[in-house]
Design a protein around this ligand. Structure first.
Ligand code: ADP
Length: 178
């Protein structure tokens, strides 16, 4: 009798890579590219995350993802505003993929994986690490740099950089006129 509680094989062709992606960075893109080589189908699931008051709306972030990954045949970009496990269940995905950067991500990701396992034991969380040069790229820092008119070209796709520039300029004008 093997140690395994169950030897039933879960479907593993489909993976959900969920995040806020506000905006998509080169780090996120790196993880999507790696996962597209490993899985038959990758669903990039953009969380509404309204409590985070995102810089870009959900529709804008989904459109951004479609623009970035439109040429990858096995990658879909979708928005969601439910629990991740409910979204994954509805998509028939039994694998949740997350990216891991430096040690700082570990505590939160470990907790999230544990909670999700309690909510739906039929889903496993797996982690991929990005290339070294993207280990320290974070969407929140990219937003902060863009807000002050700094150069984000090393951290995001040029089209994302342009959208950040326009949005930051608009926010500055709105704040000045308020
Ligand atoms: P969330 O709000 O869910 O943390 P993020 O958009 O910040 O959403 O991140 C989505 C996922 O991508 C998380 O697993 C996060 O750890 C990972 N991630 C963020 N930045 C990078 C990066 N530079 N390299 C690899 N993974 C990353």
């Amino acid at each position: 009798m093997s140690f395994c509680a169950s030897s039933a094989v879960l479907p593993q062709g489909k993976v959900v890579y969920a995040g806020t992606f506000d905006p998509f960075t080169r780090g996120h893109e790196d993880i999507v590219c790696r996962s597209a080589r490993l899985f038959d189908r990758v669903i990039v699931a953009v969380a509404a995350s309204e409590h985070k008051s995102p810089f870009f709306s959900l529709d804008e972030r989904v459109a951004m993802g479609k623009m970035l990954f439109g040429d990858l045949a096995n990658v879909d970009v979708m928005g969601f505003s439910t629990l991740l496990v409910d979204f994954a269940k509805a998509q028939g995905a039994h694998v949740s993929l997350r990216g891991l950067r430096a040690a700082s991500d570990f505590e939160y990701e470990f907790q999230l994986a544990g909670m999700n396992r309690q909510l739906w034991p039929e889903m496993e969380t797996i982690f991929l690490t990005p290339a070294d040069q993207y280990m320290f790229v974070s969407a929140s820092m990219v937003r902060e740099i863009a807000r002050f008119g700094g150069d984000v070209s090393r951290f995001v796709d040029p089209r994302v950089a342009e959208q950040l520039r326009q949005r930051s300029a608009k926010k500055t004008t709105t704040a000045k006129n308020a």
